[in-house]
Design a protein around this ligand. Structure first.
Ligand code: UD1
Ligand code: CA
Length: 439
């Protein structure tokens, strides 16, 4: 009975208040759709399966779910039409096995809930006896719109009343329902067919189930969430923005714990699904998007934007007002100022001068440019892709290396359009001479 058999995620609602054509649960927070955050919550319980109730924009939600972690455990069921949260569970019931332990219900619009709080919910459910259930509540500053928790004179839970159905006296109650429950499978399956839609919204409310447990003489255990951020339910874009920081700080804290030196967390944006090696410094006002991989002892920022597909190998540095996309920078390579690196495959020890542009887009297609080890790209160089700059090659300041010019190894090119300069000393040669003098 201690096992979580099934987690049901309710995600069929339209989310009208988002004022957006995108299904509510597909709105992203820190580079991950809300449904992805809730799937992570579900996975933290190691369930046997996850049932997602889809409806509005169902196909898109299914697609996003199938791309997330734990996709092999996920099953989507269509709720059509959407007649309320209780109806959603009635639809999901076909996927719930009577003797499969606990059923945990999560709402797709509560991305901030932590695995720790869910663990407490499971413990409360197990302590409520084999036929008892547990749920999470909160005491928010403003309970408007939320279901209120009703109790008797002894403080024992009696039921939930939805805002729209509540009397003035009930509206004065500060404790609210969060929509997070742990039921014993059999008790839930027995209660669901008994729901009625005789209420202000004409819907089947899942919130009527706990009172049925009380009526059957079973314990309903309620646990108050300490951290009000975890209770954020995203119904509009304001709440979506509000949910960002509590999730962002968790991501930043995980990197800090791994030895990533983040100078100013408050001005640092790092999405979920970013890898950063230890010893790397992240300087203020930096944005790192999902799918980026940064090695050890790198330096990123200040004011740097690393986009999807960027890989920085150990010791690479990307600095002020530089944007990278789908680009690899080899070990020790530096692009410190005012550059755009798109679809670039750059080797090790390369200097990318201030103001370098990899012009990867011809208006129709994106093109790759390869740069060999120890090349030196002069300030203000524009390289039109597809192109190649050979190992140890040099470009002069402000050169335009036209499409397909393919600069050879050790060659020096300059001008507009850039031409090869026979006999000119390359930056790599200068560097070798300077090193020879020192030793
Ligand atoms: C619900 C609770 C309320 C609680 C609040 C917390 C009910 C009846 N009310 O209200 O007590 O305080 O959450 O945020 O449960 N959904 C479906 N199918 C449906 C209807 C909803 O899948 O037919 C999904 C929605 O996509 C959403 C979740 O269920 O993820 C909650 O629905 P929503 O309409 O936002 O409920 P609230 O009015 O917020
Ligand atoms: Ca809601």
């Amino acid at each position: 009975m201690n096992q979580t058999g099934t987690v049901v995620i309710l995600a069929a609602g339209q989310g009208t208040r988002m004022k957006s054509a995108l299904p509510k649960v597909l709105h992203e927070i820190c580079g991950k759709p809300m449904i992805g955050w809730v799937i992570d919550q579900a996975l933290s319980l190691s369930p046997e399966k996850i049932v997602i109730v889809i409806g509005h924009g169902g196909e898109a939600v299914r697609e996003a779910a199938m791309k997330s972690a734990g996709a092999d455990k996920i099953e989507c069921v269509l709720q059509e039409p959407q007649n309320g949260t209780g109806h959603a569970l009635q639809v999901a019931a076909a996927c719930i096995d009577r003797d499969q332990g606990n059923v945990v219900v999560l709402y797709g619009d509560m991305p901030v809930l932590s695995p720790e709080s869910l663990q407490e919910l499971i413990e409360a459910r197990n302590e409520a006896g084999p036929a008892g259930m547990a749920m999470l509540t909160a005491i928010p500053e403003d309970p408007t719109g939320l279901g209120r928790i009703c109790r008797d004179e002894d403080g024992l839970f009696t039921g939930i009343v939805e805002h729209k159905d509540a009397t003035d006296e009930q509206l004065a109650i500060g404790e609210v329902n969060l929509g997070v429950y742990a039921f014993p499978a059999a008790g839930l399956l027995d209660a669901l067919p008994k729901l009625s839609n005789n209420n202000a919204q004409g819907e089947y409310y899942l919130t009527d189930v706990p009172a049925m447990f009380v009526a059957a003489g079973h314990e309903v255990s309620t646990g108050i969430l300490e951290d009000p951020d975890e209770a954020i339910g995203v119904n509009n874009l304001m709440q979506l923005a509000e949910a960002r920081w509590p999730l962002q700080i968790r991501i930043l804290e995980a990197h800090l714990a791994n030895g990533v030196r983040i100078e100013d967390p408050a001005s640092t944006y790092i999405d979920a699904d970013v890898q950063i090696g230890k010893g790397t410094r992240i300087l203020p006002c930096t944005v790192i998007r999902a799918g980026v991989i940064v090695g050890e002892d790198c330096e990123v920022g200040p004011f740097t934007h690393l986009r999807k597909g960027t890989v920085l190998e150990n010791g690479a540095e990307v600095g002020n007002f530089t944007e990278t996309k789908n680009s690899t920078l080899g070990s020790g390579t530096k692009a410190k100022h005012l550059s755009y690196l798109g679809d670039a495959r750059i080797g090790a020890g390369v200097n990318v001068g201030a103001g370098t542009i990899f012009a990867n887009y011809d208006g129709v297609h994106k093109h790759v440019t390869e740069v060999g080890d120890d090349a030196f790209i002069g300030s203000g160089t524009t390289i039109v892709g597809p192109n190649k700059l050979g190992a140890r090659s040099t470009t002069g300041a402000n050169s335009v290396v036209t499409r397909g010019a393919n600069v050879g190894e050790d060659e020096v090119w300059a001008g507009v359009p850039a031409r090869k300069f026979e006999g000119a000393i390359s930056a790599a040669q200068l560097k070798a001479e300077a090193a020879a003098k020192r030793s």
